[in-house]
Design a protein. Sequence first.
Length: 314
Amino acid sequence: MAKETQERLPDSLSYQLLKELEKEGREKWLKRWREHMALPSSLSESMNKREIQEEILRYLLLRILLNQQARADKVKELSISLYSEFREKLFYEPFNIYEKNLFSIYKEIGGAKGSLVYKVGALGGIKPLSLFAYRFKAYEGFIRWLNEENLKFYDLIHDFILEQGVKELFRFLSSHPVLEAGWVGNDPKACRMFVNWVVFLFGEIFGFEEVRLEDTLMIVDGHVGKVFCRTGLLGEVLYEKKRPYIIQASKMRSVIEQIVSQAGMIPFYVDNGAFYLYEDGYCKDLEPHCEACPVQGICKRYIKWTAYQIFRQS
């Protein structure tokens, strides 16, 4: 790991930039959240019913588990296909789904070898189907645990958020003795994303006014970290020693969280706003469109920093 010091934005501009990211994140998320979650229409249309809310939470847990290290568009398609095929069995009795039927759907989406969903060349020869299988198995085991404990996922999440807090919910889910087998990393981004999604649902969709989005978490994938480095929100950048300019986003997450918290912003929306700068084609790894970017008047344009590829000067 290498590091480089750079000039930070002044505090006033830093606050202004974070406010703009929060605004972008909120406005675009409220338009796109059903698409991001890939909610099947039958679940999305009946969200005021408690039994549907229970199924939505279980669906999102599976969808998040499968999404790790995958092509997002393919996982969305896969999640919807699994729901369409198995319906309530997927949520309450996934252990009664025959592997042959499960793998058949996976291969329909991911190809004969499943490589359209997961690219695993750098993971020591692990097969794409194996990644799918162990993540589904973690979900299956967690549902079995809920059944054995006679728990509703809705009630468990509700009680954590309102009584113990969002961070405790994250700690519980990320370290659960069954579910932890399905997460990637010691501080899994996927679990952070799931926690943020359910806090949003409880606070903005299910109608619990006491839920605070200010308590959400920063996910900080490579593109979000890249925005914080390029704009000058960070004064110290950690990057890969063997591949110059490719940042190590997860190692800067705690500093990024502190910056957002001290500014009094909503972490989830700031994270979204930074990610949308990439998703909407502005802060790309190569040839960023700075002239059209919503924050171009504030950003310091340290565009050598990149998330996944080395930046090449044209």
